[in-house]
Design a protein around this ligand. Sequence first.
Ligand code: NAD
Ligand code: DAU
Length: 370
Amino acid sequence: MQSVLITGGAGFIGQNLVHAWRAARPDDRLVVVDAMTYAANVRSLEPLMKEGSIVFVRGDIKDAALIRRLFDKHQFTRVAHLAAESHVDRSIVDPEAFLQTNVLGTFTLLKAALDAWRASGTIDRARFLHVSTDEVYGSLGPSDTAFLESSPYRPNSPYAASKAASDHLVRSFVATYAMPALITNCSNNYGPYQHPEKLIPLMIIHALEGKPLPVYGDGSNVRDWLHVSDHCDALMSVIERGRVGETYNVGGGNERNNRDVVGLICDTLNSAFAADQNLASRFPSCPAALAKSCRSLIAFVTDRPGHDHRYAIDATKLATELGSRCSVGFEAGLRQTIHWYLDQEAWWRDVTSGAYQAWIDKNYGFRIAV
Ligand code: NAD
Ligand code: DAU
């Protein structure tokens, strides 16, 4: 039995990881700490809190005293560190929070874990998993080979730079203090509970509401799509069986350009409406309600500054060392995700109100159709 701290457990990947961990390892004690920023949502965790199968703490990873108290009380033997500011566009508009949380927050957590594990003499059986991104490796050209764990760091956005800095801090703690840490660098996740500021949920929801689908630039940018359930499986394998001090890349093996992803979302929605007459009355503004193609909403808009052209992950190390491989194909995973958003209208209506709307105005207000 392990005592596990999951930071950022109310975020998109965090919520999925809490559920996956609870199901896979029912005897572990799970404590979630999350600052509850705009990106957080605890609805899916509430049943687990009520039945007492997780402990939820609203708190900031930069709060050293709080993190020390949590270590004293729960004697963690595992830390899965996911708390971060995670949206590239926000990091361009307002980078400071990214440095605060992603760099200083990671440092605070590392230091608290190291001090606690040294003091309790448990460092030999403890593990700290730092969840990072493929964006630290920069951008690939069309015929470049996929990122390896040994690829040089070339971050291009303030978000990517802050994650790169946090990776370097983790690495330095391993080398300098024998911190039992591991790093994963993964590609673009998609699936249930993703905040609608990110490409896939944003396009699904805009299409349902009959709003333009804003594709940055010419839509030729390529991402390697990883279903969040495959990512969570990989994280649990790495924290238990990965080699301390090592980095593991996690990828979906699903490279698609944004034009194709948005086109596939549109076509999948049209098929869903054709198969279920109720959808037309629930979402009357969607072109599919009038049997028109959702593709009619696609609008090419001003590009993201410093927009990385392509990410692709070589996950051979994860597969050969730990036997962890992706099992969700992109078309099937996308269909499941679209149906999740169709079924969870109350969830995303809640998320897309208020503060989220203010962000949409700020990020898209200046973008003009090109
Ligand atoms: P998210 O933005 O959905 O969730 C982040 C969570 O962290 C939120 O619940 C937020 O409230 C919390 N948080 C932010 N600042 C905090 C602070 N100072 N203290 C405590 N909690 C704080 O992000 P996500 O998509 O779930 O990503 C999780 C992690 O995975 C991040 O570290 C991100 O960099 C990494 N990652 C994400 C992806 C992806 O495609 N989503 C891909 C690669 C890596
Ligand atoms: O690669 C891993 C990274 O993936 C994670 O580290 C980040 O936390 C996560 O947000 C994601 O970053 P991206 O910038 O790739 O994801 P995003 O969903 O913001 O954008 C995906 C692609 O879609 C990207 O090429 C930009 C484009 N895009 C995005 C939005 C929001 C659009 O064309 N239009 C949009 O409105």
